[in-house]
Write a new protein. Structure first.
Length: 357
């Protein structure tokens, strides 16, 4: 048995709209919006639906969907074993489905909040727009699964296998992903605020435009990762491997990159204000036009690095290695140089220093 479900709450949360704001913007009564928001409606008014679809730029089928009612675990497994694969919109909130196989199933838009799916096989499964908040997914196999726009807030994904998975625009805030395997996965525009990705395997992962503010990514392997336009504000990524990673236009302000490996990484035009880069390997890194105001580069290895046009105002380069580094057009006002002395701008000493390197 299926019923019509209204997704107005999801649309409003994405835009951070209150019921009063939406009512004011659409001229729909607050009572009508409240009934749809709480899914306490018994009829759908055409004028209301039309106004909402026009406001959010969506189709009627995006706002109102047919959703299956609650299903027991045994019934799901029995139907899957019988060859059925389409379980879109099913309600499995709190279900206990550990060590089961649902590979290749369609669980698009399903409710799996608080579900227990440890060690289960959901490889190649469709989980787009599925609600997996607070679900226990430790050790789950999600290889090549699609989780576009899925909700994974507070989910437990420790040691999860997510190779080649598509998590575009998913919300994974405050989730636990320690030791997760995310190689080649697509996490573009995902929200990973305060998530824990310590020791995660993320070779060639696509994190373009993702938000990792306040996340923990310590000792993770991000070799060749795409981090363009990514927010890494206040992120702890100490001792991580970012060799040859692309961080063009990324915001790394106030982040902790101490002891990180950034050899041959591209950090051009990125925001590195107040970043901690102590003991970091930046050999042959590209820092063209990067803003490193007040950054700490103590004992950093900048051998062969390209710092053309970079802003090094107030940085600490104490005992840093600048051998063969390109310092053309850099701003060094108030910087502490490798010898521990404060840089004196516009002096003959500056010219001699730049010639030396």
């Amino acid at each position: 048995m299926r019923k019509i479900s209204c997704k107005l709450k999801d649309f409003m949360e994405k835009r951070q709209l209150s019921q009063y704001q939406l009512a004011k913007n659409t001229r729909i009564s607050v009572n009508a919006i409240s009934r749809l928001y709480k899914e306490e409606f018994d009829r759908i008014d055409c004028n209301t639906a039309e106004a909402l679809c026009n406001y959010f730029g969506c189709d009627l089928g995006d706002l109102f969907i047919m959703q299956a009612e609650g299903m027991k675990e045994d019934e799901l497994i029995e139907r899957y074993d019988a060859g059925e694969r389409d379980f879109s919109g099913v309600d499995l909130g709190g279900a206990i489905l550990s060590q089961v196989s649902l590979a290749g199933a369609n669980l698009t838009g399903a409710n799996l909040t608080g579900a227990y799916l440890c060690q289960s096989d959901l490889s190649k499964t469709k989980l787009d727009q599925t609600d997996l908040r607070r679900a226990d997914l430790e050790g789950i196999n999600l290889k090549r699964a699609t989780l576009r726009e899925a909700k994974l807030l507070f989910a437990k994904l420790v040691s999860a296998k997510l190779f080649y998975a598509d998590l575009t625009e998913a919300d994974i805030s405050q989730a636990s992903l320690q030791n997760a395997e995310l190689g080649w996965a697509n996490l573009s525009r995902t929200v990973l605020k305060e998530a824990n990705l310590d020791n995660a395997e993320m070779v060639r992962v696509n994190l373009r435009g993702a938000n990792l503010t306040n996340a923990k990514v310590r000792k993770a392997n991000l070799k060749f990762a795409d981090l363009r336009e990514t927010k890494l504000i206040d992120t702890d990524i100490a001792d991580a491997n970012l060799e040859a990673a692309c961080l063009v236009n990324a915001d790394l302000s106030n982040a902790n990159f101490s002891k990180a490996k950034l050899r041959k990484a591209d950090l051009s035009s990125s925001n590195l204000r107040c970043i901690n880069l102590t003991d970091t390997d930046l050999t042959d890194a590209d820092l063209t036009d990067a803003d490193l105001t007040n950054a700490d580069l103590t004992n950093a290895n900048l051998t062969g690095a390209n710092l053309t046009g970079a802003n090094l105002t107030g940085v600490s380069l104490r005992i840093a290695d600048l051998t063969n580094a390109n310092l053309e057009d850099v701003t060094l006002k108030g910087a502490i140089m490798p010898d521990g002395k404060l840089h004196q701008s516009l002096s003959s000493e500056e010219d001699r220093f730049l010639e030396h390197f």
